[in-house]
Design a protein around this ligand. Structure first.
Ligand code: SAJ
Length: 440
């Protein structure tokens, strides 16, 4: 490990990256730009070809990434391949494959297992393997190490070393987060953690905390679960406010006046790639007791789109209509405000409910190309408009014009974007999530 550490510190080490998605490609390019020779492996041949020709295959706007890829591909500091055999010369190998959770909430580690099996066959003596993908606590010990040992015939901490360094990147800020956010370097031995710090220090300005593998596995899954549970608290408080006829935002702002309180925002649902998945990774395989709060929080958050559907039903009822046979306009399809990322979109869940109830749906989203048509076109002749995402564009809606365009003047706001009084003044029948009727 001492020799490896020196090779890393002098950037003489060759680094492999398995999985050239938005996480793997960012770290591969950043390491190549600091002087390491990087070999990137991906199973998608077109992605490999595009990277080698200097193209950025990542969707959406990623500041600096296209230029970085072009430069390291041109200098051949980063070479992409589909052939695992090319990893045989790597002193360090990062694993950045997808670790999804299935509908039964169980982690699907197939890609991780396959990567470990294929890597094990060509693993260089004394190499350091670092899993960056988000994994359930205990996965390094129970899944990664045994497969690597079996496939390579080497023993952990003798023939190879293992680490877990969870990433904290976010679409739209891939390189910024990679550079700035702190990282946990969980190593299979203390010297392994030291070598990990030497590697990441070359690209990370944030704090690098040394630890062991299981602590690193817990940190990443816990930080996102913490957020999910806090959003669930805000959602449940919002539903209580709605039921008792109070305005959640007012209650929240006053609660947050008290020291050490930070109630988040009740909303139309919790989407994205990390928050809905990581709580299930955190509780996976826990023996001896059954965590209750985390699963309960998940079910509160997953129920918010259905609550939105019920608000639409209630508002239509006030104008003598049922959902069946209506045409409804959904404003916002991305999972997050001012983003084009639609993964696990709460709007998709809402649309499913409304269509199950016999409505037809049209979608508007200024950030998502396929839905970015003029809003007037989408609203025209609809029986209700439903705000699902707090895009900036929806903070200045012309409510009077909306009333004229709608066949039935109904507006339901799932993100506290519209003031209820303004909606009523414009002649709209209004429901606001987490706002009681008379506070809407
Ligand atoms: N949401 C609410 N109420 C809130 C906050 C969020 O309903 O008060 C909803 C959002 O509308 C969205 C979902 O939850 O649908 C997730 O929102 P998010 O702000 O947590 O954004 P994410 O999913 O991109 O979360 C990421 C996470 N960071 C990483 O995985 C590296 C999370 O740990 C961060 O706290 C979050 O970004 C952030 O705030 O940067």
């Amino acid at each position: 490990m001492k020799h490896l550490h020196e090779r890393i510190a002098s950037r003489a080490a060759t680094v492999g990256v398995i999985g050239l998605g938005y996480v793997g490609l960012s770290v591969a390019s950043a390491l190549a730009a600091t002087g390491f020779r990087v070999i990137g492996v991906d199973i998608k041949l077109d992605r490999v070809a595009r990277i080698n020709s200097g193209e950025c295959p990542i969707e959406g706007k990623e500041p600096e990434l296209p230029e970085l890829i072009a430069s390291v591909a041109k200098s051949k500091k980063l070479v992409a391949t589909a052939d695992y055999a090319d990893l045989a010369e790597c002193d360090v190998v990062l694993i950045d494959v997808d670790t999804p959770v299935a509908t039964d909430h169980r982690p699907r580690f197939e890609a991780l297992r396959a990567a470990c099996r294929e890597l094990g066959k060509v693993l260089k003596q004394g190499a350091l393997v670092i899993v960056e993908s988000t994994i359930a606590p205990g996965t390094c010990t129970t899944v990664v190490a045994p497969i690597l040992e079996k496939a390579s015939g080497k023993k952990l901490n003798d023939g190879f070393f293992l680490g877990h360094c969870p990433e904290r990147v976010m679409p739209g800020r891939l390189l910024k987060n990679l550079r700035e956010l702190s990282r946990v370097c969980g190593g299979s031995t203390p010297e392994t953690s030291d070598a990990m710090v030497a590697l990441y220090r070359s690209i990370v300005q944030g704090k690098l905390d040394k630890s062991d593998c299981v602590t690193a596995e817990l940190v990443k899954t816990a930080e996102n679960t913490y957020r999910d549970v806090n959003i669930a608290f805000a959602n449940e408080l919002g539903l209580i406010c709605e039921a008792v006829g109070a305005d959640f935002r007012r209650v929240r702002d006053l609660v947050n006046e008290s020291p050490g309180r930070n109630v988040l925002l009740a909303g139309a649902g919790v989407g994205g790639h990390c928050i809905p998945k990581d709580p299930w990774l955190l509780v996976h395989g826990v023996e001896g007791f059954t965590p209750r709060l985390i699963a309960a929080a998940r079910s509160v958050n997953e129920s918010m789109p259905l609550h939105m559907a019920r608000l639409v039903e209630d508002a239509l009822e006030e104008v003598g209509k049922s959902v069946f046979g209506t045409k409804l306009a959904i404003l916002g399809y991305a999972y997050l405000e001012n983003s084009d990322d639609c993964r696990n979109s709460p709007s998709a869940a809402l649309i499913e409910h409304l269509e199950d109830w016999g409505a037809s749906v049209v979608v508007h989203d200024p950030w998502v190309p396929e839905y970015a048509k003029p809003i007037d076109e989408v609203l025209r002749a609809c029986d209700a408009a439903v705000i699902m995402v707090s895009h900036d564009e929806y903070r200045s809606l012309d409510l009077a014009a909306m009333k004229k365009l709608l066949a039935t003047p109904v507006l339901v706001d799932g993100r506290h974007v519209v003031d209820g009084a303004d909606a009523k003044k414009a002649g709209l029948v209004f429901r606001g999530l987490a706002r009681g009727r008379d506070n809407a």
